[in-house]
Write a protein that binds this ligand. Structure first.
Ligand code: URA
Length: 208
């Protein structure tokens, strides 16, 4: 599939972020509404120049109502802090899917389906348009599929894609790093370290 244009929003156009957040909070006909899980949208600073898009809320996020507040979120915050980004001030964090997909077979949650990702995509596009980031980070394949319509994170990660004035970089999902804790050269963790330093350098260059 060719790459989606992040500025080609097909959505109902919201005139500001609050309208978008209100529409999401009152959503009742989305594919995960019947699951009965909570709507979880964003955290951080809506004025930030960096937007991070993740996958979907997990159990902790479903309880607390904010994205990336469980173990993966703590690791994400540590990665940001390692290059002196303040997770409350320097980034805005959201997801590709706005409710936790309920698990099957004793599991608390599952990966969102393509149909679910596609349903929420127009809202993600509106989020991007309204936040208007100069740097957009896509954590893992679900975010890459949502925003770019493409997957293949091991090839995509670490490479900049530019669309208009936005610098987009796919990066590994922090949950993947939790499952692969090695720090050997070439390991996912060491590649993430390369990527976050590159991201910091680009941010400094773009905001100088
Ligand atoms: N993983 C995600 O991608 N998003 C969250 O909000 C939590 C875990």
């Amino acid at each position: 599939m060719s790459q989606l244009d992040i500025f080609d929003s097909q959505t109902p156009q919201f005139s500001n972020l609050d309208q978008l957040l209100d529409a999401l909070m009152s959503m009742t006909d989305d594919p995960l509404a019947e699951a009965g899980t909570n709507v979880v949208i964003s955290r951080g600073n809506p004025q930030a120049k960096t937007l991070i898009i993740g996958e979907a809320p997990g159990p902790q996020e479903n309880i607390q109502g904010k994205p990336f507040v469980g173990r993966a979120g703590q690791l994400l915050d540590d990665i940001l802090r390692a290059v002196e980004f303040d997770p409350e001030k320097d980034v805005y964090i959201s997801n590709s899917v706005f409710r936790m997909p309920p698990g099957e077979g004793g599991k608390a949650f599952r990966k969102p389906s393509n149909h679910e990702i596609e349903y929420y995509r127009p809202y993600v596009q509106e989020m991007i348009r309204l936040i208007d980031p100069i740097i957009l980070l896509l954590t893992g394949n679900v975010a890459c599929y949502s925003v770019l319509g493409q997957t293949g994170i091991t090839k995509l990660r670490g490479n900049w894609i530019t669309q208009q004035s936005c610098w987009i970089m796919p990066i590994f999902h922090p949950s993947y790093l939790l499952r692969n804790p090695s720090r050997q050269p070439g390991s996912p963790k060491s590649l993430m370290w390369d990527d976050i330093r590159e991201i910091r350098a680009k941010y400094d260059q773009l905001t100088a």
